[in-house]
Design a protein around this ligand. Structure first.
Ligand code: GTP
Length: 822
């Protein structure tokens, strides 16, 4: 889907990526050229050795520590960090910068209670990547602050991410914070990459939801919040951009309450808003945290208790907020309520902060409320307390209740949640270990793929850099090298017999609980639902000879990204790419060029329609074919009917006379025939949905192969579908346009012309938010139109809502366009 237009510096980089019409100002272009020049990189290298490794993609040599193999990241001189005061108030000890052998060793086996697997999630542009960069900097992992606007962040390391200033792939980063190991995943905010978010949420124990404090809860934040609900992931909220004009703590908290239906626990209050934002109040401890305005990197801040003498007003406000917080937590946590009502009922001020923090941790884990913090990642304020909150309130792996773990009794159980392709090392599979230990040079069994594979190496991910480790214990996340067949969502155990033993335990448990049997022979971790693509286009290699190279590239990209579908057009023989949006397909095209060196040609982008029928129709067909000396003869009579409930696959029904002596093999052949017939409908060749096929009679000559049965049934279904009254279904998008009041009328007038229906117009601070529905076919290239209409002042978000029936006029217009070859 197209991305919205923005006013930020970052948006100008995105516009530049769109083409010459949106080229940046010459000065900025020159600045960017200079940034990419070898001199600039050299200059940066003095600041950060790590950064130059990221930029130049150099390989790094190996280092052995106590027989554990680790990759060496060359050290920078100790004093080579950014200028500024050396006084560190808050950051933990340095992580992996330099040949810090001790920290490399310490990294290998953290106690599970100290591990935090967290994700950063939000609406596009809320500031996830900027927040992640600050976290990495304060944790000691990087020596300079990466900036999305300059395209030099650690987690957005793909060339496309750096050019466009957006996150496309989730990046896993491991760092230490005050004795805790944090595995952090920065996820994309753009709706085209929602699957990427879902994949990560599946393996996280907690998440930080980042919001733009001037916009509150936006469309995509709602989607990711629902995804986190689905995977029962405890969260904390971070109201970012408190420095921005229009930032409002109250408004953003209100929108969390109303739109997300969540109970916010205000652990902080901002000191000032927008231009006056200076720091935050720690409500739990009644302290103020003020960042030194002369500190360039925000490392330097002071924490002081609020006093009646110096801050009477702020103290009163904080006391009221603390009392409200205590009452709120007591309402949600019985243990804490007992404490508060007993010992501290007379004076909440006497309640120790640690007791309140422990109760907040329990409430967060139970997901009955969400802690809320605030700050400004760009202005380097509020990040250190945010990471403290992550370690304090979000759970460790052992605090999450993963039911399936007891079936494995400490034996290895891991989930492969992402596959990456590395030109040199082949497929790299990101795994989360739930129980047991994963070791390199060992065989593992993939339950989902029913195959045994060998892991050659284990790597700890540090964005695009990797550190080799000798073992991966429960609760941790790492990359494996050597798994060639494992795909996203597969469950990995130590051996086939271990899988069987777990299955037997699961079955016994079910019997004990009198629960219905089923599925226990494969005790799998739940995978991720893959949404259906909404756009497609043909893709051609530069020459026929390069077709195998294109096939290989697409195969690799598909293993990485299950939301990308590739099929062959049976009529033209062309390869067809199906994706989640315009941006998704554009990125794939670009990656094929950059990573596989293939200059491919894309056909026009087309909407993925569906078809259905609105009346029943009956058909009969006979297939009589002799192959060699064998005669295949089938006659089938069937009826296609519309079904009310939404069903992507055709529903197979058999009349009594057919079902009574139907062999299993013949039934499977019939079902295959039904499915293949419904892949291409009679109107546009789009998939047919919401149909049931009843087989009334079937006569099969002895010796007829099941392939011939499938072929006959398929042909007969297509006949019936042709006879029935047909209907095209088109993808309907939920659209949210944020626009200033003066541009509201042109935006509404334009949407009316695009067959849009407006549901409501909300007021968000100084902006209007238009919420409605519009057919996908009408919003192709919408970002350019909206930019022109509103002088680049509006932004929008699109999300697939449903498939809706086209009205007769629109349908016939579409059909005549298609038959005219347009
Ligand atoms: N004023 C202000 N701008 C910020 C702040 N944090 C980030 N930004 C800007 O907001 C834009 C988006 O920042 P990102 O960190 O890329 O946001 P994101 O959520 O990672 O974006 P996607 O990965 O594309 O979803 C950039 O132009 C940042 O400079 C902040 O605290 N204050």
């Amino acid at each position: 889907m197209p991305w919205g237009t923005r006013r930020s510096r970052k948006s100008r980089r995105r516009l530049a990526a769109l083409g010459p019409s949106a080229a940046p100002a010459p000065a900025r272009a020159a600045e960017r050229c200079q940034r990419r020049s070898p001199d600039y990189i050299l200059q940066k290298s003095k600041m950060s050795n790590l950064r130059i490794l990221s930029l130049s993609q150099k390989r790094i040599s190996n280092l052995r520590i106590n027989n554990a193999c680790c990759c060496e990241i060359p050290a920078g001189p100790r004093g080579s960090g950014p200028p500024g005061p050396l006084r560190t108030c808050y950051s933990s000890q340095a992580g992996l910068v330099g040949n810090d052998v001790k920290s490399l060793h310490a990294i290998i086996n953290p106690p599970v209670a100290k591990i935090r697997n967290i994700g950063i999630m939000a609406h596009i542009d809320a500031g996830k990547t900027t927040t992640t960069e600050r976290i990495l900097y304060y944790s000691g992992y990087t020596r300079s602050l990466g900036d999305v606007d300059d395209g030099d962040t650690v987690t957005d390391f793909m060339a496309q991410e750096r050019e466009r200033g957006i996150t496309i792939q989730s990046a896993a980063v491991t760092f230490d914070w005050k004795g805790h190991r944090v595995n952090l995943i920065d996820t994309p905010g753009h709706v085209d990459f929602t699957l990427e978010v879902e994949r990560c949420l599946r393996v996280l124990d907690g998440a930080v939801a980042v919001f733009d404090a001037s916009a509150g809860v936006e469309a995509q934040s709602l989607t990711v919040w629902r995804q986190a609900d689905k995977h029962r992931v405890p969260r904390i909220c971070f109201l970012n951009k408190m420095d921005k004009t229009g930032a409002s703590f109250k408004y953003a908290v209100g929108s969390i309450r109303e739109k997300l239906n969540a109970r916010p626990l205000l652990l902080q209050l901002p000191i000032g808003e927008a231009k006056t934002f200076r720091g935050v109040v720690d409500v739990v401890r009644k302290e103020k945290l003020l960042w030194n305005p002369s500190s360039a990197d925000g490392r330097d801040f002071e924490r002081k208790p609020l006093l009646e003498t110096s801050d009477p007003e702020l103290l009163r406000e904080t006391t009221a907020a603390r009392n409200a917080l205590i009452e709120q937590v007591a309402d949600l946590d019985d243990e804490f309520a007992g404490l508060v009502l007993g010992e501290f009922s007379e004076d909440f001020d006497l309640l120790p902060a640690e007791k309140l923090q422990t109760a907040i941790h329990r409430v967060t884990l139970a997901q009955t409320a969400v802690p809320v913090l605030c700050g400004s990642a760009l202005r380097n304020k509020g990040i250190q307390p945010l990471v403290d909150a992550v370690t304090m309130y979000l759970p460790s792996p052992e605090e999450r209740n993963y039911e399936f773990l007891r079936w494995y009794e400490g034996d290895l159980c891991a989930l492969a949640f992402k596959v990456l392709h590395d030109k040199h090392r082949g497929p790299l599979v990101l795994v989360r270990v739930y129980s047991g230990t994963l070791k390199p040079q060992s065989a593992v069994h993939n339950i989902s793929g029913n195959c045994t594979e060998r892991i050659s190496r284990l790597l700890l991910p540090f964005a695009d850099q990797h550190i080799e480790i000798p073992a991966l214990t429960a609760g941790n996340i790492a990359l494996t090298v050597g798994l060639k067949q494992t795909a996203t969502g597969d469950t990995i155990v130590s051996s086939k017999s271990s899988a069987l033993a777990a299955a037997r335990r699961a079955e016994r448990e079910r019997e004990g609980q009198h629960r219905p049997a089923g599925g226990a022979e494969r005790p799998l971790l739940a995978g991720v639902e893959i949404p259906e693509p909404v756009f497609f286009c043909t893709i051609e290699p530069p020459s026929v000879a390069r077709q195998p190279d294109l096939d290989h590239a697409l195969q690799c990209l598909q293993r990485e990204d299950p939301s990308l579908k590739v099929r062959l057009d049976p009529e033209s023989g062309q390869t067809v790419l199906c994706g989640m949006g315009e941006l998704h397909i554009e990125i794939i095209h670009d990656r094929i060029r950059r990573e596989y060196g293939l200059e491919t040609f894309l056909g026009p982008l087309q909407v993925a329609y569906r078809e259905t029928i609105v009346s029943a129709a009956r058909a009969t067909d006979t297939l009589d074919k002799t192959v060699g000396d064998r005669r295949h003869l089938v006659t089938v009579e069937l009826e296609a009917q519309p079904v009310g409930t939404s069903s992507a696959a055709p529903v197979a029904r058999f009349s009594e006379s057919v079902s009574k002596d139907l062999l299993r093999a013949s039934q499977e052949a019939i079902e295959n025939g039904l499915h293949s017939a419904c892949l291409q409908g009679p109107l546009l060749g789009s998939p047919v949905q919401d149909v049931a096929i009843t087989v009334h009679s079937l006569t099969v000559h002895p010796g007829t192969s099941t392939t011939m049965i499938s072929a006959c049934v398929s042909r007969c279904v297509q006949k019936a579908l042709k006879k029935a009254d047909k209907q095209i279904l088109e993808p309907l998008m939920k659209l949210e346009v944020t626009v200033t009041g003066d541009y509201l009328s042109p935006v509404l007038a334009d949407l009316a012309q695009r067959r849009g229906s407006i549901q409501e117009i909300q007021t968000r601070q100084d902006n209007r938010v238009v919420i409605g529905f519009v057919p996908l076919a009408e919003v192709m290239g919408y970002s350019t139109v909206l930019r022109t209409l509103t002088s680049g002042s509006a932004s929008f978000a699109l999300e697939l809502s449903s498939y809706q029936a086209m009205n007769p006029q629109d349908q016939s217009a579409l059909l005549s366009r298609k038959s005219g070859g347009l």
